[in-house]
Design a protein around this ligand. Structure first.
Ligand SMILES: O=c1[nH]c(NC[C@H](O)[C@H](O)[C@H](O)CO)c([N+](=O)[O-])c(=O)[nH]1
Length: 166
C-alpha cells in the first residue's frame, strides 16, 4: 500500500506497546495544532494507545531541543520512558535573518539529540517561506493542496521505535 508522502510502507508496524512524547512550540498555533492532530491520528491508526501519547509544549521552536531532552529524561525519571519523541515547530520566514538562524541551529540540535537521549527524534520542524506553505503542509490551506505532514511524522515515529527498538 503506497502511503502518500511516505513512499511505499514495507509493512504495517504495531505501535500498541509504544510510549510516545510529542513536544510542540506555541508559535503559529493553528498550524501546530493541525500537525499535532495529524501525528496523533496516524499513530492511533497504527495501534498506539491514546494514554501512551504525552503532549508537552515550549514557547517556540528554538526551545525544542532542550525541551525535548528534558521531556525524555523526565519520562525516564518517572519510570514511564518514551520509545520515541516528536518535536513539532513551525518557522515562517520574516523580514530578518532570525528564521535562518533558528532553522539551522534547531535542526542540527535535534539531529544530535538522538545520540544524547538514545531514542529516535523525529524531525517535525516546518521551515516555510510563507504562511500559505505552512498551512498547506498541515493540510489546512484553502484547497487542501497537500497531505498533513504530521501524519508522516507519526508514521515515522512508530516505524523507528518498533524497527530499531533497543
Ligand atoms: O516557533 C517559532 N519560533 C519563532 N521565534 C521564537 C523562537 O523560537 C524562540 O521561542 C524565541 O527566540 C525565544 O527563545 C518564530 N519566529 O521568530 O518567526 C517562528 O516562526 N516560529
Amino acid at each position: 500500500m503506497a502511503v502518500k508522502g511516505l513512499g511505499k510502507v514495507d509493512k504495517q508496524y504495531d505501535g500498541s506497546k509504544l510510549r510516545v512524547g510529542i513536544i510542540h512550540a506555541r508559535w503559529n498555533r493553528e498550524i501546530i495544532d493541525a500537525l499535532v492532530k495529524g501525528a496523533i491520528d496516524r499513530m492511533l491508526s497504527m495501534g498506539v494507545k491514546e494514554e501512551n501519547i504525552v503532549v508537552e509544549t515550549v514557547p517556540g521552536s528554538f526551545e525544542l531541543p532542550w525541551g525535548c531532552r528534558r521531556f525524555v529524561e523526565i519520562s525516564h525519571q518517572e519510570g514511564r520512558p518514551f520509545d520515541v519523541v516528536i518535536p513539532i515547530g513551525v518557522l515562517i520566514k520574516g523580514s530578518t535573518m532570525h528564521f535562518e538562524y533558528i532553522a539551522d541551529s534547531t535542526t542540527k540540535a535535534l539531529m544530535s539529540l538522538q545520540e544524547k537521549v538514545g531514542l529516535p527524534v523525529i524531525f517535525g520542524l516546518l521551515t516555510c517561506m510563507t504562511e500559505e506553505q505552512a498551512l498547506a503542509r498541515a493540510g489546512i490551506d484553502e484547497g487542501h493542496t497537500m497531505h498533513n505532514h504530521g501524519e508522516d511524522w507519526g508514521a515515522a515515529a512508530v516505524e523507528m521505535a518498533v524497527k530499531f527498538n533497543p
